[in-house]
Design a protein around this ligand. Structure first.
Ligand SMILES: Nc1ncnc2c1ncn2[C@@H]1O[C@H](COP(=O)(O)OP(=O)(O)OP(=O)(O)O)[C@@H](O)[C@H]1O
Ligand SMILES: [Mg+2]
Length: 511
């Protein structure tokens, strides 16, 4: 076991408190991290994880407490100071500049310069390539980051954080946007960095990851520390109990209704992005799961159904009638809702109040004689807050100040306001805590009981297997397999998602 000599402790945050207006985000939190550890930080949405790490990064100042880093005590840290002493925090919402290149993003703010003081592009490129190489990633360095997949953007973010020496690397939900192969790659990177001597603080809502990579885990609840444990000493059930404050069945809500008629039918559809024609049928009351690797075309398929990308050939039928939305507005009017995966750029207006974000699409319906019925609007938001258990200070709070998981619930609430008959969910529980996850599943069940058809894209296999009536698996831009609920297993989904086919089929064909 580790002894607590000062050298063993890289970081100690002592009695940290922080309030935002009326919300006390952290109460007297103490957090101690051993050198060389992979230390997980867990807790429900809004528990205070990101706030604590933002205080460490110098982005927020604590109201009280002190930070002892490598034996030196600081009342507060500033962002520069934190970087200079070796602390690096990768935030939950990526912080890249989409228009700038991969290399420019990696060295943003401390570009290598030549003797004239000008940016040395050769250096910039070789050193960026070196860093990415260290992570085992190959990327076109001059490509604007906005054109990369989210998984690759994540890699750029990690490379950026390593572009200056780091002793302590905090990753706030780095895995939320990754799946399968990319996730494995992330874990390899974490382990390699850890072997190179970097201490890691790892925040995640996926408990299996906590058990897979961390040696220590600290649980936060409502801004207070519940406790710090050796990961091997606690069980998954214990961890959940500490996080949500009660025992919880991690079972998916049972389906008790029949599936109805076809609602949405896609016949041989192609778009500029989905070049292989695809077919699918979505029935009333059904949950159709779409599995596949990040980048396999799942989102693109959904965009075609939603009118976000122009359909080039084939046809789309809604309740038996051919439709051609051409734009999402018309899809919404026809009763289709699309909850996107990237809430920051596609789902939310960060600077607007929660209330406006929830009613923004449906505001016309809340107007009478051209005047918005404020009371009614408020009631709708109150209902949504209750149905989805959204933790907020008030309806007028700006969305940017909500925790990640609560932002996700606001996006959901917005689309449910449209009373859709078809709901497309792209990674519906990304960044959502265990308790809230199961609330979202309950909600999906309620919707299907009312006859709503759901298309759910997800990288979380337990969720795909637990919720879907049927499962489509995508591979390199086309639907490579379909399974009924009974046939589907984690193994056969992974196999089709990674190879595009099932080995047993190959055998059958050659025999
Ligand atoms: N800048 C801010 N202004 C106002 N309130 C804030 C601000 N930042 C955080 N909060 C509030 O502080 C509390 C803790 O939020 P925090 O983001 O730290 O939670 P979290 O544990 O990271 O949750 P999640 O898992 O959802 O990311 C929440 O109630 C949140 O709304
Ligand atoms: Mg957070």
């Amino acid at each position: 076991m580790v002894t607590d000599s000062p050298d063993d402790i890289i970081l100690e945050m002592r009695n940290i408190s922080k309030s935002f207006g009326g919300v006390q985000a952290l109460k007297n939190v103490s957090f101690l991290c051993h050198t060389g550890s992979i230390h997980a930080l867990v807790g429900e949405n809004g528990a205070g994880k990101s706030t604590l790490m933002k205080i460490l990064a110098g982005a927020y100042h604590a109201d009280a407490g002190e930070i002892v880093y490598k034996g030196v005590s600081y009342r507060t840290l500033g962002t520069r100071k934190a970087i200079n002493i070796g602390i690096r925090v990768i935030y939950q919402e990526l912080n890249l500049i989409p228009e700038m290149s991969v290399a420019e993003n990696i060295f943003l703010g401390h570009e290598p310069r030549n003797f004239l003081g000008l940016i040395d592009n050769r250096q910039l490129h070789t050193r960026s390539a070196e860093l990415l190489g260290r992570l085992g990633v190959e990327l076109d360095l001059s490509l604007p980051v906005g054109e990369l997949t989210v998984a690759n953007q994540q890699m750029v973010e990690i490379a950026k954080s390593l572009s200056q020496d780091a002793d302590l690397l905090v990753m706030d939900e780095p895995s939320a946007i990754l799946a399968g192969h990319e996730l494995e790659q992330l874990f390899k990177i974490i382990e390699a960095l850890n072997e190179q001597g970097v201490t890691i603080v790892y925040i995640s809502h996926r408990l299996e990851e906590i058990f897979q990579i961390s040696d220590t885990v600290t649980v936060l609840k409502d801004g207070e520390v519940v406790g710090t444990y050796a990961t091997e000493d606690i069980s998954r059930a214990q961890l959940i109990h500490m996080m949500v404050g009660r025992s919880m069945d991690e079972v998916f809500p049972e389906k008790k209704h029949e599936i109805g008629d076809a609602v949405l039918v896609a016949e041989n559809i192609t778009t500029d992005i989905v070049k292989n024609p695809f077919n699918l049928t979505l029935h009333a009351g059904e949950i159709l799961g779409v599995a596949g690797m990040v980048g396999s075309g799942r989102t693109e398929l959904a965009r075609a159904l939603f009118g976000a990308d122009v359909i080039r050939s084939g046809r789309l039928l809604l309740n038996g009638r051919p439709v051609n939305f051409r734009n999402p507005k018309r899809a919404v009017d026809a009763g289709i809702a699309f909850v996107p995966e990237d809430r920051k750029t596609q789902g939310l207006f960060m600077g607007l109040p929660i209330r406006n974000n929830i009613t923004i699409v449906t505001i016309d319906r809340l107007a009478r004689y051209g005047i918005i019925q404020r009371q009614q609007e408020q009631q709708h938001v109150t209902d949504a807050q209750r149905d989805l258990s959204i933790v907020m200070a008030s309806q007028t709070q700006e969305v940017q100040f909500l925790s990640g998981g609560n932002q996700q619930k606001v996006v959901l609430a917005k689309w449910l306001e449209t009373s859709p008959s078809v709901v497309i969910l792209d990674e519906p529980t990304r960044g959502v805590d265990v308790g809230a996850k199961f609330e979202i599943y309950e909600l999906m069940r309620q919707l299907t009981e009312q006859g709503v058809a759901i298309l759910m894209i997800s990288s979380e296999l337990p969720e795909i297997l637990g919720m879907s009536d049927r499962i489509l698996v995508m591979h390199e831009g086309h639907i490579a397999g379909e399974f009924s609920r009974e046939e589907a297993t984690e193994e056969n989904i992974i196999e089709v998602a990674t190879t595009g086919t099932l080995m047993e089929n190959v055998d059958a064909e050659t025999n």
